[in-house]
Ligand binder design. Structure first.
Ligand SMILES: *[C@@H]1O[C@H](CO)[C@@H](O)[C@H](O)[C@H]1NC(C)=O
Ligand SMILES: *[C@@H]1O[C@H](CO)[C@@H](O)[C@H](O)[C@H]1NC(C)=O
Ligand SMILES: *[C@@H]1O[C@H](CO)[C@@H](O)[C@H](O)[C@H]1NC(C)=O
Length: 632
């Protein structure tokens, strides 16, 4: 036997002897290998699931986090078509207002790319995109800022990079003749209008006037004399397009506005959010598409025939769901330029690729509209700059992506600043509270980015002087920019600062009221209704109340002082009534309740008398039931 043979024999022998052990070993190894492979495969599968399960938003946000560049969109990396279908006008409202899917606490947002909200500053990215025209939108609806204040804002806007103004006079225009009651009694005079327009001219700002010619005609339709022009009698929102008188009315509006704006090359004719259409007996017989487009064509025709050098602009939302064939039929592309508005951060969510492609096939050129205030809640008093900056930066990306699809690209962007959501709505953020937001968004849109290199420019134009913040702002920790710019002296700064004090005071008052009314057991409405509490506890609960009350009431006075250079007394009192007065009333009610509860010195035996009003909820004793039985 050779050594090898011997060895083989030994191995065979050993294997044979220990066959059970070897078998076990082999089985264990096989199981191990299978398990490992399964594990790897499994985790890959989970990863894929994670990515495919998350919604469009999160996916985009992930991309943002990974990509550095604001949205991770660039050529060949197309954004997801999150909606896949055009939003209806009702859904569009959410872009203007309640966009709750986006609402998130500052600092917790998934799309925190860099701490400062900056973009284009890492990774290879294209050159910043700067829109040719950059308009600030002045919405004057139901509250006229003083002309002296607006002149300062025009100058500031010019310095910050604006090239023009989109001027929405609404009821602040000196309407005359048959339209004279459309003007508010605190509307501007003709002289004031001329003064403002002169100031714009001196600052080299192009002014584009805006009038509503279909929906949002509340300013006139609310009046008795124009009631008959409503599409539906119950709503003052939309004009009936089938009445000749409607067309006469629009023509008069156009003529009056154009007379005071002889230099303009554009007239914005509104046409967003036409909530009632094709409902009256005259319109019912026609398809909604042709009603809408026929009206646009008619109004655009009036503008172009009476003012040949003027191009009409319309808001785009009503076009989003219209088929290209109808748009072509009415030659809308040759008549008007659309202004695409999205004020929430995620522009593509509201205007997806399909719509951009439709627009590009129809219109040689297009406008964008972002926002610096008045977009995230009807009753806010301070704009969230983090969100508005995000909206504007994302628009720059969208413009860079979509512009080349249009023959003549984008005309520019209007940075809108809504004063009310509509004619009937209360005031939202006032202009002086939004100057830092205006500054940041204008500087961003006129440079194509926002980062620390623009800090000095902002400090200079916001007049920060020796109080210039020593570092670049952090929008996650300071989304309203109160910490950054409260000591700067831009026009309206004292009101801006007041909103920060109001925020603190309001929080303190809310906490106190909740504590007194809800959390603690001696001053609830039950205690008050039954006049049943212990004075010592009431005393204790009311300890901080006088201080909180004093803070809030003094804010009302400071609001008046800080707004007196900006608005008239009607506007100041509306704002105070909306934002400060309710808390004062609530605290005063608490004071009265405390007085009454403390005045009592003896109390009845229990049970306390039942509340009569509960009987309508079926909560009553059976005795009461019987006594209330009708006599047989
Ligand atoms: C409206 O005007 C058109 C053309 O000017 C005319 O033919 C039509 O009869 C008018 N309709 C009414 C209801 O007055
Ligand atoms: C800011 O962004 C611009 C444009 O991308 C870039 O050129 C510049 O270096 C950046 N500056 C800072 C301080 O990040
Ligand atoms: C509660 O009792 C006090 C003292 O008797 C009295 O002055 C007050 O009017 C009472 N309030 C109510 C709501 O009954």
């Amino acid at each position: 036997m050779t050594i090898a043979g011997h060895y083989a024999g030994w191995v065979t022998h050993t294997v044979w002897r220990k066959k059970s052990t070897v078998l076990a070993l082999v089985i264990v190894s096989v199981i191990l290998v299978v398990c490992l492979q399964y594990n790897v495969a499994g985790s890959q599968e989970r990863d894929e699931n994670d990515l495919s399960k998350v919604g469009g938003d999160v996916q985009q946000d992930k991309r943002t986090l990974l990509g550095g560049n604001a949205m991770g969109y660039s050529a060949g990396n197309q954004p997801p078509n999150t909606m896949g279908f055009p939003p209806s006008p009702q859904q569009d409202k959410s872009a203007l207002g309640d966009d709750s899917p986006y609402r998130e606490e500052p600092g917790q947002s998934l799309n925190d790319r860099n701490m400062d909200g900056s973009m284009f500053n890492d990774g290879p990215s294209r050159a910043p995109y700067v829109p040719k025209k950059r308009l600030i939108h002045l919405d004057l609806k139901g509250a006229p800022p003083k002309i002296s204040y607006l002149k300062k804002i025009l100058k500031l806007s010019k310095d910050l990079g604006a090239t023009g103004v989109l001027l929405e006079w609404e009821d602040m225009f000196p309407w005359s003749g048959i339209l004279k009651n459309v003007a508010a009694t605190n509307a501007y005079t003709r002289e004031e209008v001329v003064e403002l327009l002169d100031s714009a001219k001196q600052n080299n700002l192009d002014v584009i006037p805006l009038i509503q010619t279909f929906g949002h005609v509340e300013l006139a339709l609310k009046l008795k004399e124009f009631q008959h022009l409503r599409e539906v009698p119950e709503s003052a929102q939309a004009l009936c397009p089938s009445l000749n008188a409607s067309i006469d009315f629009i023509q008069t509006m156009i003529d009056q506005v154009m007379e005071l704006h002889p230099d303009t090359n554009y007239l914005h004719i509104g046409c967003d959010e036409v909530f009632q259409m094709g409902e009256c007996s005259r319109c019912k017989t026609q398809p909604r598409d042709s009603l809408f487009l026929g009206h646009i064509a008619k109004v655009a025709g009036i503008v172009r025939s009476r003012h040949p050098k003027v191009t009409p602009i319309i808001w785009d939302d009503m076009l989003r769901h219209l088929p290209p064939s109808s748009l072509e039929q009415y030659r809308i592309g040759e008549l008007v330029e659309p202004m695409v508005w999205v004020y929430a951060e995620d522009v593509y969510r509201f205007v997806p690729l399909l719509i951009w492609e439709k627009y590009a096939a129809l219109f040689p050129t297009v406008w964008a509209a972002s926002a610096f205030k008045g977009a995230f809640g009807e009753t806010l008093y301070i704009p969230n700059v983090k969100r508005h900056l995000d909206n504007n930066l994302r628009w720059l990306e969208v413009m860079a992506n979509e512009g080349p699809k249009f023959k003549n690209g984008f005309q520019g962007i209007a940075v809108t600043g809504w004063q009310r959501y509509d004619h009937f709505s209360v005031l939202c953020e006032l202009l002086p509270a939004a100057i830092p937001s205006l500054a940041v968004t204008l500087v961003a849109t006129s440079h194509g980015y926002m980062n620390a290199s623009l800090r000095t420019k902002l400090n200079t134009h916001l007049n920060c002087g020796v109080f210039a913040p020593s570092s670049y702002f952090n929008l996650n920790s300071d989304p309203f920019l109160w910490d950054t710019y409260s000591r700067c002296t831009f026009p309206g700064h004292s009101f801006f600062k007041l909103t920060s004090r109001l925020n603190t005071a309001q929080k303190e008052a809310d906490e106190l009221i909740t504590m007194i009314r809800k959390q603690k057991g001696w001053m609830t409405k039950f205690n008050v209704r039954h006049n049943f509490s212990t004075p010592l506890r009431v005393e204790e609960l009311m300890q901080d109340e006088p201080r909180v009350y004093h803070t809030i009431t003094s804010l009302a006075r400071s609001a008046k002082d800080s707004l007196s250079d900006v608005f008239d007394m009607d506007t100041i009192s509306e704002w105070v009534e909306q934002n400060i007065y309710p808390t004062i009333l609530e605290l005063e009610e608490i004071q009265r309740d405390a007085q009454a509860l403390k005045a009592r010195t003896v109390w009845p035996r229990r049970p306390l008398p039942t509340l009569k009003d509960l009987s309508r909820l079926g909560v009553q004793s059976s005795d009461d039931d019987e006594s209330q039985m009708p006599p047989v």
